[in-house]
Design a protein around this ligand. Sequence first.
Ligand code: IMP
Length: 312
Amino acid sequence: MSRPLAQARPASASRIEDARFAHESEEEFARLLDFYNVRWQYEPRTFPLRRSDDGRVIEAFSPDFYLSDLDLYIELTTLKQGLVTDKHRKLRQLRALYPDVRIKLLHKRDYLSLLAKYGIGAAHEQEVMGVRDVLITGTEIERRVNELGVEITRDYAGKEPLLVGVLKGVTCFMADLMRHLSLPLSIDFMTISSYEGDRSGAVRIVQDLTENIAGRDVLIVEDIVDTGMTLHHLRLQLEAREPASLRVCALLDKRVRRLVDVRLDYVGFEVPDAFVVGYGLDHFQKFRNLPFIATIGAEALEQQPAEGPAAE
Ligand code: IMP
């Protein structure tokens, strides 16, 4: 049986823009709910738990979320395990006083693994050793690749482009992008050596295309353009083969580090001056399989390469 509210609360938010979340983790959780179209309200209700003899509320509990479609309250426990005990006690009290109210406590580990599955949030600290911040979530990538697909499909209408992917970082992007292009197209790949200090000599094509590109509409697909030197070299090589047209689509543009002014026709996201991994991008071959783009911590950055030739 619920009693009147202990105190008037501001109208509870049900949109991310309107909510004043106490923790970043709550906002991430709200995004996840939005993604699945689960309607939510943030802290919509305060349940009095204990009253003084004169009727004043001396202990109350405001669950973080109410999911109206599921008639379920959710409390996130991102606190230290020791403090969770107190929440358990409050929940027991709440269930005793309000038996009709359905409430679930989502523990940090459950909640982090839930978010990690979708590439959201601080989950990496627990789930992926070495990763620091998620810069671009899996959902954001999906949305943007879809937009790029629409744009490129429109621009190449009536043509049969050849997508040239630069291995290996482009694998995820290429696989997703080509599925968003409603065009008759071909794909091919190249591997370019990357700079490795005094071991590397000059930049060179480690693995060349199998297709003849003369007279073709070529779209270079790149994972990230940093200084622009790799792309500049590649463009010169491919232009010499006389394609009908040559454009560039890069998932990430680390513009602040540009040394060579290369033209990018399509860009997924601009990223800051930080080393990023995931969604195909690596750090000494690791992290390519992350379904999101993230920065890595100093420890991971300091790790040394395994011996062997570098070909990104
Ligand atoms: P650029 O020649 O300096 O533009 O570098 C391009 C290549 O360097 C990319 O194709 C990547 O293989 C690699 N690269 C540059 N920045 C990053 C990064 O932040 N993470 C992973 N690889 C990167």
